[in-house]
Write a protein that binds this ligand. Sequence first.
Ligand code: DLL
Length: 438
Amino acid sequence: MSGITSQYPFYQADQLTRDEIASVQTERLPQAVARALKTPWYAERLASLNVVPDRITSLEALREIPFTTKEDLRSGMPFGFLAVPLDQVVRMHYSSGTTGIATAIYHTADDLQHWAECVARGMLRVGVTCEDVFQNMMGYGLFTGGLGLHYPAELIGCLTIPAGAGNTSRQIEIMKTFGTTVLHILPSYGLRLAHSCREAGVVPQRDLSLRFAFVGAEPHSPQTRARLENALALKAYNVYGLSEMCGPGVAMECTAQEGLHLREDHYLAEIIDPDSGEPLADGEEGELVLTTLSREAMPLLRYRTRDITCILAESCPCGSQHRRISPILGRTDDMLIVRGTNVYPMQIERILMEIPEIGSNYLITLETVDEMDEMTVSVELSSEQGYDDSRRLEAIRRQIAHDLAQELLFRPNVKLLEPHSLPTTEGKAVRVVDNRIG
Ligand code: DLL
């Protein structure tokens, strides 16, 4: 038994071989289908298919069952997807998603235990220990970010500080006073925190003790991650998840930082073509579809996440045999079609964050001008960059416009703004405002 496993027996699940993972999936999949059939929604939806759970022991067999979508969850509100009596449910989270009507996600005590263990495995894998001081800067409450890493940090035995989102000067004071070593933070807020540290004369290498940050809940480019790592003098690990699958921890990065390991004993992943619904091969980018393998209160079969990624099937230098997904490129509903070209905000972010004179905040605005799509990228300059050398600024602006035109195949307008001029939120960053007509 490795050192970690002797202290944390649940970590064994992270050391399963491919064959062992496959056999856990084969065993759990029929159970997951049987549990789903106990819910009013699946019982009705699958009635005509005569699904025999014991026969669903592979992904191929599972593909007989239709996808479940966010709209389906809405149609089943409030209790249509519940597989256990309410007295066994101990917690509910509530997610509005990007498009309005909220859906409830229920958990039994065992569901919460599995969720905490999945996330704790990801934290242990990169080196978090019971000696760490963990400051959780994600929102607590109906959003799953805060509680989603709180219990795993306690499970590991970290000194866990439930700081919650916002109040940056207080966050800095806590980091300094208590020697915080691990953060959980939105990437967009991480860059703001780094900026506020600079403004307050706090030098992370000298005044802070940070080792790691867990970053997730919103797409972020490798360039943003690199900025965050440099500015706060830490390693940043990507955490992916969604409320419908508990929350953070469906997949987490390891020290190799080359993709996020799915926790395949609890989640069965497929990648499909978002338009046709057809399965795609490993390495091909498409929509991630997930099936819960262990969840009791609210089993979900073939849930369409709308997140675009691909499966990286090669073995990982970290030794985990749980397969990885690539960092999320964006959501199918984030994809913009501008002048006939498909654009993900992440493509724009990657280019902006390569340019040292640029700060961390940007906004993409779309309008209709003379019946044509018009895109404007407004971006703040970094605070080190003076705002008075107009020739220099024009040169930066042109460079950005040129780099974006190379990537997007059309030329957007670029506006340079002074630091702090764009609005910020305590929650996930809003990067796109689409005011187009029609
Ligand atoms: O954002 C859960 C979470 C909390 C994940 C904290 C990681 C850390 P929701 O609010 O339901 O749950 O939003 C889920 O956020 O479908 C993705 O589109 C996006 N998302 C989550 N993590 C990442 C990530 C939480 N690492 C939606 N990279 C998902 C890119 C992410 N997008």
